[in-house]
Design a protein around this ligand. Structure first.
Ligand code: ATP
Ligand code: LTN
Length: 333
């Protein structure tokens, strides 16, 4: 029996990076899981609040992400799907874990350092404590594995440290989780600056492919992706970051190895290659988009989220009361 936990922030429209780096792996793991495994996939709305959000847009994004999870193949009979803020134990464990986290550990987080620079109206203290909340998300369910993209590796390392610290201070309580980061697709890069990660919050629209982009938009974005003047199709992220990124995208979208693709396109030009990358991405996203529209307007969506909340709460309550007992936050022994 194993437990898998992961989440995505409803902080905007999801990108192809979120799909290939995260959701695709959630679905694979779900489909390979056995009946006694537990899979918790949630919508990290509390995390989204670490930077300013428009309340109406946030509400819409939460629903949209839920529909997208289902459209991408997450099955509520196999995975528990829920909204983080509806299981209030997440906020509580976040606070309790802060009491064993050092400020220095948080100030070292690269995502904090990057994101704080982009804040114009001040940096919220929640942006600093965000990785502690994330550790809580994982430890509440005693996760064995956490499928994420490469950018989350450092947060997972902190989670492991906090689990070990708590266990040694208060006796064995938490499972120490392992990150699961795919070999290909864990860091899809921007189409306009392939040395930067593709991000939902990139100001440059054509830098990212969004899961819900229309076919003609996807084709245009890939056709105008930045490459190089060398003319050969090879996987070399340092000297050929643009072509290497397109090879990674193509490989993940078509389930073909990068080596096979390099061999197939050894005599081709960039134009032909880009056209085929676009075909693969369009074929990948089209069925997801069709299902998305169905789920977004379906009645099932709320039922699935209600059931997910109830199931997740059951596990979260158990872990939290054990944790509080060990810390002395209990009236009677
Ligand atoms: P933001 O740009 O608002 O910080 P994000 O696009 O990085 O958001 P998250 O919600 O932080 O999205 O990430 C959700 C999941 O998607 C995480 O597991 C993360 O590692 C993964 N992910 C995000 N961007 C990429 C990317 N470019 N390539 C691969 N995986 C990614
Ligand atoms: N911080 C993650 C989202 C996230 C998460 C988690 C991922 C929040 N809690 C727990 C895995 C497990 C991000 O991708 N920005």
């Amino acid at each position: 029996m194993k437990t898998i936990v992961s989440g995505i922030q409803p902080s905007g429209t999801l990108t192809l990076g979120n799909y290939l780096g995260a959701i695709k792996n959630f679905v694979t793991m779900q489909n390979e899981a056995s009946d006694d495994d537990n899979i918790f996939i949630f919508i990290a709305d509390l995390h989204a609040l670490t930077v300013p959000q428009d309340p109406a847009a946030l509400r819409k994004n939460v629903r949209s992400l839920a529909a997208l999870y289902l459209a991408c193949g997450l099955d509520p009979n196999k995975s528990t799907l829920f909204i983080q803020s509806e299981v209030t134990e997440h906020a509580e464990i976040g606070y309790l874990l802060q009491t064993i986290t050092y400020i220095g550990e948080l100030e070292r987080m690269t995502q904090y350092k990057d994101k704080m620079q982009k804040q114009v109206a001040g940096v919220s203290s929640a942006l600093l404590t965000y990785p502690v909340l994330m550790a809580g998300d994982i430890l509440l369910y005693n996760a064995d594995y956490v499928p994420v993209g490469e950018d989350q590796r450092q947060h997972l390392e902190l989670t492991r440290n906090l689990a070990e610290r708590f266990n040694s201070r208060f006796s064995d309580t938490f499972t120490v989780p392992k990150p699961l980061i795919a070999k290909v697709g864990a860091k899809i890069m921007s189409l306009q600056d392939p040395t930067k990660k593709m991000s939902k919050s990139d100001a440059l629209e054509k830098a990212s492919i969004f899961i819900l982009d229309q076919e003609n938009v996807i084709r245009k974005k890939i056709a105008s992706a930045v490459t190089d003047s060398d003319g050969s199709i090879k996987f070399d992220p340092v000297n050929k970051p643009g072509i290497s990124n397109l090879l990674s995208i193509y490989s993940c979208a078509s389930n073909t190895s990068i080596e096979e693709l390099v061999e197939k396109y050894k005599d081709s030009g960039y134009g032909e290659f880009k056209k085929d990358v676009a075909d693969a991405v369009v074929n990948l996203l089209k069925p997801i988009q069709e299902k998305y529209n169905y789920y977004l307007n379906s009645k099932e969506l709320d039922e699935i989220l209600d059931n997910g909340r109830d199931k997740a709460s059951y596990f979260a309550r158990k872990t939290l009361s054990k944790m509080k007992r060990k810390m002395g936050i209990i009236r009677k022994k």
